[in-house]
Design a protein around this ligand. Structure first.
Ligand SMILES: *Cc1c(COP(=O)(O)O)cnc(C)c1O
Length: 385
């Protein structure tokens, strides 16, 4: 029998009574837009993360867009992020007319490298492309404004180091926590870092719904207020009083209800994710030459993905061997963003971000989830040879 890459069916089998009951609750009261489940979820997740405000919205992408809009990011602004991430992280920067400035990753954690970030900011300030590869931009006064750090595969970025760099240069910091809900950095939960954080409830994320959904987290009252206005067409006193240009970016009541049901099991699922990761790492270390993921001291991963590194050109062979053994795999991400057609106007070139480019050619994510059994892990590692 094939092993699913992400097993939502087994999760549903465990949680069916809770999920069905929550969905039925929405059908019974009929408040499909901004029903009471949205606020209930916001309150529960804000308490879990330990921040003042949680704002439900329509996707992880919108959860990134809303705080950038609230911060007033626009043309002429440089926003720094990594090219080794999902397109959404950098897409929202370009959508606002701002310029993504890519910064290479730390090859051990796949997170943005704080030292490279410092260099990149200095390069933008001085306009000196010999310091760091810069986008070609016709904007006369590109000014450093913000950083979006990505908690890739669920591992929080190095927020202490990033905060030092951002404070020194007067930059705002956003946390793309789409993959890291449930993770920790120095005793604080993911989604608690920077001026604001964004998570996603896309079905395959650690805390997923059954469609699209997301949430913004912030301790800043001003940002929370503007985000709440932006997600309902820039509403003022009500939705027919419009004080700014906004979006329709609300979280569906039904999706909030599903997340509420799943959240009851979430702390236990986080423990099971840690257990599954430990099982993989132990077996991989003793029986293969693959490099298991690295989790630095004082951090835990949310394990959105369990990603190994296949050194040398052997990745396609490993993928094929696993496929033959009925084991699906995935590559996140096969092409770094600076080499994507969508960003070709920025003028980046192959070789600009060597660690991201090397990682793209070597990473391989294995089936993962809280309900993946020990026998499955054993079978997968065996198929790895
Ligand atoms: C999934 C993801 C997003 C976008 O979330 P959606 O809910 O799909 O819009 C953004 N950033 C990262 C790193 C992601 O993995």
């Amino acid at each position: 029998m094939g092993i699913p890459f992400v097993d939502l069916k087994t999760q549903y089998a465990y949680l069916k009574p809770k999920i069905d009951q929550r969905i039925q609750g929405v059908l019974d009261h009929g408040q499909y837009i901004m029903g009471p489940e949205v606020r209930e979820l916001e309150e529960k997740l804000a308490a879990y993360v330990g921040v003042k405000h949680a704002i439900g919205c329509s996707s992880g992408t919108d959860a990134l867009l809303l705080p950038l809009l609230a911060l007033g990011i626009g043309p002429g602004d440089a926003v720094f992020t990594t090219p080794f991430t999902f397109i959404a992280t950098a897409e929202v920067i370009s959508l606002l007319g701002a310029t993504p400035v890519f910064v290479d990753i730390d090859p051990l954690t796949y997170n943005i490298d704080p030292k490279q970030l410092d260099k990149a900011i200095r390069a933008v300030k001085s306009g000196d492309p010999t310091l760091h590869p810069l986008p070609v931009t016709r904007h006369p006064s590109l000014a450093p404004k913000a950083v979006i750090a990505v908690d890739l595969y669920g591992l929080p970025a190095d927020y202490d180091a990033l905060q030092v760099v951002c404070a020194e240069h007067g930059l705002r910091l956003l946390e793309d926590a789409a993959q890291s809900f449930g993770a920790e950095y120095k005793g604080k939960k993911a989604c608690a870092f920077g001026d604001a954080a964004a998570t996603s409830f896309f079905p395959a994320k650690p805390l997923g719904c059954y469609g699209d959904g997301g949430m913004v987290f912030t301790d800043r009252d001003d940002l929370a207020e503007v985000c709440r206005s932006l997600l309902v067409h820039g509403k003022g006193r009500d939705k027919y009083d419009n004080v700014r240009i906004g979006l329709n970016a609300r979280l569906d009541t039904l999706q909030a209800a599903i997340v509420l049901a799943k959240f009851e099991a979430f702390p236990r699922e986080v423990e099971l994710r840690q257990l599954t990761a430990r099982r993989y790492t132990e077996r991989l270390t003793s029986s293969t030459s693959l490099v298991p993921p690295h989790v630095p001291a004082e951090r835990t991963s949310g394990w959105a993905q369990y990603t190994v590194r296949v050194r040398g050109p052997a990745r396609t062979q490993v993928e094929a061997a696993l496929k033959a053994g009925g084991v699906p795999t995935a590559v996140y991400y096969p092409k770094p963003l600076h080499l994507q057609g969508a960003f070709s106007s920025l003028g980046y070139r192959a070789g600009d971000f060597p660690e991201s480019e090397l990682a793209s050619s070597e990473v391989l994510s294995l089936p993962f989830g809280p309900y993946l059994g020990e026998a499955d892990v054993h079978r997968i590692v065996k198929a790895l040879g």
